[in-house]
Design a protein around this ligand. Sequence first.
Ligand code: G4P
Length: 297
Amino acid sequence: MYKAQKEIKKIISKVDLIIEILDARIPFSSENPMIADLRGDKPCIKILNKSDLADPVMTEKWQNYLEKEKSVKTIAFSVDQKNKAKLLPDLCHKLVPGKKNGVKKLHAMILGIPNVGKSTLINILADRIIAKTGNEPAVTKNQQRINIDNNITLIDTPGVLWPNIENKGSGYRLAITGAIKDTAMEYTDIAFFAAEFLLTDYPDLLKKRFDIDTLPDTEIELLEYIGSKRGCLTSGGRVELDKVSKILINELRSGQIGEITFETPEMRDKELVELIKIREEKTVKKESRKRNWKKKK
Ligand code: G4P
């Protein structure tokens, strides 16, 4: 982690701007926790990607919130809006003037957590298929330079991928959207988390998708209802939780339930405070362990 941090710092010092791709459904959990600290005043464009799957009202809210940060601009994007990708080079040159027709190219570091749609966007910008590099945590080893039109070079650094999983809620939200591999968590746990969220935040979408007049009070009742409706039953007539959980998650991920955003800016502010506390407690524990180790020796 420390090595990656040092490498990122070095790259940031050499580029003109940073393009951070966020998942519009989880702009907080998909952000890179290191970048905010390391970028200083360097201009940053945050792309709210997969916005076709996100709640448009929330996407606008997030854009306003993120742009309050110094030298941050945002673009809401999705693969079905290829023309909108042209806005990106223009915005890069607006934030870093003087390089559009110059001898020197504008260098932009591009990063995003796995599955956020980074390769898809790079291919659109480059207008060709660029081979995907691995996501191993070795920043410089995997670095790739991609020249795109408008005198811009993208520096793709796949090793800079550190999802915000110290925060439990972020772990679930990354799993719901498919950023964390299925094997990392139980489907049923993810589905319970998702069902609870949908009952409170998107009840109307649930009613419409699953044809329910009155929603149940609890997530387990909701899963049982969906399970019985979708035929996820054992021979004894019991609902197969694992099966119905997979259905709910797949329908959520593919947008079949509707346009949904799982995080709000207020949630980010609150959870960041908790995250700082967790990190401080971790540091204290680590220091005390080190002291005890030295004493023993
Ligand atoms: P990555 O390089 O960041 O890892 O992501 P990549 O571009 O490979 O995209 C990951 C998946 O997300 C792909 O689906 C891709 O089609 C999809 N995707 C990319 N941009 C968008 C978007 O704007 N909207 C939507 N709805 N989907 C997008 P896939 O190949 O089917 O993979 P998977 O989803 O089955 O993992």
